[in-house]
Design a protein. Structure first.
Lengths: 113, 117
């Protein structure tokens, strides 16, 4: 069956450290993958997109990697801050001929001072 | 830019009544809008995709007669939950996609919390 899995357990890290979140997928060959941030009671906010032919993408303190062999994407936040505390969702577009986003379950990140 | 609004943000209704949720793209024209549902501590589940002026495409397991979607203009889509029951209580989120800008980027609304008593 098709699955997108993120670590359901919360990730707790100290301010200033690098947070690394994992997204694994099964039985998909995604055209590209996106990462979103969601705060409680709010809609997701787009962060980064990476295409299947890209290995890495960066935006300020954020970095995303995409390994289509391992079927995995890693999302890194460097120099993390308490304001980065939120739930982070990965979402993939399963093919080039669709607009659908299939979301993972999300990982809650808690950055403490 | 690329702001999507939803109204209302919260709604409480009695079982058996219908509730309409609006989704608007405020500063762009949305060729496609999407409706998602999110239960507590779960991910967003796509319910349907709507294109302006045509019928919505529903995901498997979503009752089209219960969740009526109207995409009457390039800036407005509505979701009507008909004959709502307590199990329909959820967080409903819309998103909008434009043909311009980043390829396939979706802009999400702030969500509507529906509670059916």
């Amino acid at each position: 069956s098709q699955k997108i899995e993120q670590n359901s357990e919360a990730l707790n890290i100290q301010e200033g450290k690098t947070a690394t979140l994992t997204c694994n997928y099964t039985n998909y060959s995604p055209a590209y993958l996106q990462w979103y941030r969601q705060d409680p009671g709010r809609g997701p906010v787009f962060l980064l997109l990476i295409r299947e032919n890209e290995k890495e993408k960066r935006k300020e303190r954020l970095k995303v990697t995409f390994d289509t062999t391992l079927k995995q994407s890693l999302f890194h936040i460097t120099a993390s801050q308490p304001a980065d505390s939120a739930t982070y969702l990965c979402a993939l577009v399963p093919s080039y001929n669709t607009d659908k986003l299939i979301f993972g379950t999300g990982t809650r990140l808690q950055v403490f001072p | 830019g690329a702001v999507v609004s939803q109204h209302p943000s919260r709604v409480i209704c009695k079982s058996g009544t219908s509730v309409k949720i609006e989704c608007r793209s405020l500063d762009f024209q949305a060729t496609t809008m999407f409706w998602y549902r999110q239960f507590p501590k779960q991910s967003l589940m796509l319910m349907a995709t709507s294109n302006e002026g045509s019928k919505a495409t529903y995901e498997q397991g979503v009752e089209k007669d219960k969740f009526l979607i109207n995409h009457a203009s390039l800036t407005l889509s509505t979701l009507t939950v008909t004959s709502a029951h307590p199990e329909d209580s959820s967080f409903y989120i819309c998103s909008a996609k434009t043909s311009l800008g980043l390829w396939n980027e979706q802009f999400f609304g702030p969500g509507t919390r529906l509670t059916v008593l």
